[in-house]
Design a protein around this ligand. Structure first.
Ligand SMILES: [Zn+2]
Length: 457
């Protein structure tokens, strides 16, 4: 017997293939799925309705999907604020290499809470710092995601190219090739769930060309395909990375990725700022996905990714907060706006992106790059009930007639309710399953503990 939740009297942006919208409509949730939706009032005579929500003044959208992040950086926000990527990495690696399980758990809680209170229903963490004897970091991150109630992908990262091999991280911050592969495989075996309504998935995610050996890239790709899981890494983020790849491998980043088996429909890559026409064509041909991180790219002066060209070519593109050491706000709903504004500073100017395209990047596009577009990313009967009620009946939004314009162009809209698989995780901007004040205190004390340990080292 299904339990139903009826949401009525709201504007709805479904983000389906036709961008169907309703100025005033309803959504019926039955257990963990969307059962029906449409214009006007919900059908009469529905049985087993456990809750009826009058959502007047609200816009309902699919839950936001974050496609790139580094949760542990929650403890090192606001540092190296005037650096480019390589200088910022060199400044922060020595501190990052001191994290332990307790710090990683607190940082994950902080990062997840910030995402979830802003309408994120599917999160991911690309975690690639595994200091020796630091405990079960992957387990701690997954525990924090379960407690928050969001759907989650852990991209199990790794680094094995340190300073002694021409890489950027210090020698003590990396794993061995064999150690990284074995630990990644164990994480997939323990935590990856490939069912339709999975709450936890795992991807294989060596960090970047300048911190990972060619052998780890190749064997990581083989491991992911043997296990049937997705592949994630950083790519084409900066001019310096391009030079690094050309000097070390004699290839630009995209050609290097292709040579190591890293283009394909099971791959998504963060940033992709410095892409030539032929790089974009290669991504489109192979259906390789992109996590666009506009605020982080601006913070580190990396440049403007060619999102309009990627979309025109058919490249799947989602949005990412990126780690909060390079995007201190840690929010995804503001990235809808930043993606739109930053791309309008690029070659396509006012035609670069519109509000609907920005919303699509943050929802369906994200589901595509995480490999979950069958299940989430749009509001359609049969899909999982991951959805958000944005309150637009506020001082900040009430005078903007079009709700999608209000959401994307306006101030960050408050979340009245947020559901993951039909289970509510946020109400009136507060999380229901974790305590934000407790998390704020523990992240502050863990950030101080990390700073002290790093200063003594
Ligand atoms: Zn990143």
């Amino acid at each position: 017997m299904a339990q139903r939740i009826v949401i009525e009297n709201c504007a709805i942006a479904t983000v389906d293939a036709d961008d169907t919208e309703y100025a005033s409509g309803y959504v019926v949730v039955a257990d963990n799925r969307i059962e029906s939706l449409g214009a006007g009032k919900a059908p009469e005579g529905l049985r087993d309705v456990v809750r009826r929500i009058d959502a007047s003044g609200h816009l309902v959208t699919p839950g936001l999907v974050n496609t790139h992040h580094h949760f542990y950086q929650w403890l090192t926000r606001g540092l190296a604020t005037d650096h480019n990527l390589f200088n910022w990495l060199v400044a922060l690696y020595p501190t990052w290499a001191r994290i332990d399980e307790q710090m990683t758990y607190a940082a994950a809680q902080g990062s997840l809470a910030m995402l979830a209170r802003g309408g994120v229903t599917t999160a991911m963490d690309h975690h690639y710092v595994f200091p020796k004897d630091s405990g079960d970091l992957s387990g701690a991150i997954i525990r924090a995601a379960r407690e928050t109630g969001v759907r989650f992908t852990l991209a199990r990262g790794s680094m094995d190219r340190s300073e002694k091999d021409g890489g950027l991280p210090p020698d003590f911050a990396v794993e061995t090739l064999e150690g990284a592969l074995a630990a990644t495989e164990a994480t997939v075996d323990e935590h990856h769930d490939d069912s339709f309504d999975a709450m936890t998935q795992v991807a294989v995610a060596p960090c970047s060309p300048f911190s990972v050996s060619t052998e780890l890239m190749k064997q990581g790709a083989e491991l992911a395909r043997r296990k049937g899981v997705r592949l994630h890494t950083h790519g084409s983020e900066t001019v310096e990375e391009e030079q690094f790849c050309k000097e070390l491998f004699g290839l630009g980043p995209t050609d290097y990725f292709e040579s190591t088996g890293w283009l394909g429909e099971d791959v998504w890559m963060a940033h992709c700022v410095h892409m030539s026409d032929s790089d974009i064509a290669a991504f489109a041909r192979t259906k390789t996905g992109v996590a666009h991180c506009p605020s982080s790219n601006a913070r580190l002066a990396a440049g403007i990714a060619r999102v309009p060209d990627m979309l025109a070519a058919g490249v799947p593109v989602g949005l990412g907060v990126d780690g909060t050491a390079s995007n201190e706000s840690g929010e995804l709903h503001t990235e809808l706006r930043n993606a739109l504004l930053i791309n309008r500073l690029g070659a396509h100017r006012e035609a670069a992106l519109n509000a609907r395209q920005a919303l699509r990047l943050g929802t369906y596009g994200g589901a595509q790059v995480l490999g979950r577009a069958r299940e989430i990313g749009s509001l359609e009967p049969g899909k999982l009930a991951d959805l958000v009620l944005w309150n637009l009946d506020t001082l900040a939004h009430a005078s903007i007639a079009d709700p999608v314009t209000a959401l994307v162009f306006g101030a960050a809209a408050p979340v009245t309710a947020s559901f993951v698989g039909g289970r509510q995780i946020a109400e009136n901007g507060r999380l229901l399953h974790v305590d934000e004040d407790t998390i704020a205190r523990s992240t502050r004390s863990e950030a101080r503990r990390l700073a002290q340990i790093a200063a003594q080292a």
